[in-house]
Design a protein around this ligand. Structure first.
Ligand SMILES: [Zn+2]
Ligand SMILES: [Zn+2]
Length: 154
């Protein structure tokens, strides 16, 4: 997935392009692309707030009134398994989700729980300790920085 993302805002999002990339990736990986899956992916791709499954479900039922929360959970789980969606690592009990896009890390406000994307190139290119390589295959590295955002400090 190629989405240009900066500070939690998708700056340039060509929805058609993202969806055709997604559809192609589904074909390559053998995941059946149902209208429901497409809609769930599309609404998540538009989100800039790393929503929970519940929040995503609330947005989806406006267009799909019969969609159950359970289906949203299961679909997100499938997307995570296929690598289309990331489950954002947070200390909160409710998982937060985002469409996989360019390598980035997260800032999390412990008061308002807002999650902001940021780039950290020196971390991305840092050489990992030898023991990490001997542990196994590295798939991605994601740093989470916790604190209190400016809005909450005021
Ligand atoms: Zn905050
Ligand atoms: Zn993110």
């Amino acid at each position: 997935m190629i989405l240009i993302n900066r500070r939690g805002m998708i700056m340039e999002m060509d929805t058609k392009n993202i969806l055709s990339t997604f559809a192609q990736a589904c074909r390559e990986k053998g995941l059946r692309l149902t209208p429901q899956r497409l809609e769930i992916f599309q609404v998540l791709a538009r989100a800039t707030d790393h929503p929970t499954a519940e929040i995503l479900h609330q947005r989806l039922i406006q267009g799909m009134p019969t969609l159950s929360l359970d289906t949203v959970y299961r679909t997100l789980g499938t997307f995570v398994d296929y690598g289309f969606v990331n489950r954002v690592e947070t200390s909160a009990s409710q998982a937060r989700f985002e469409v996989s896009h360019v390598q980035h890390h997260h800032l999390i406000c412990r008061k308002c729980h807002e999650i902001i994307d940021f780039k950290w190139q020196s971390i991305d290119s840092a050489v990992l300790p030898e023991e990490v390589h001997s542990w196994g295959k590295i798939e991605r590295r994601n740093i989470v920085v916790y604190g209190i955002c400016h809005k909450c400090l005021q």
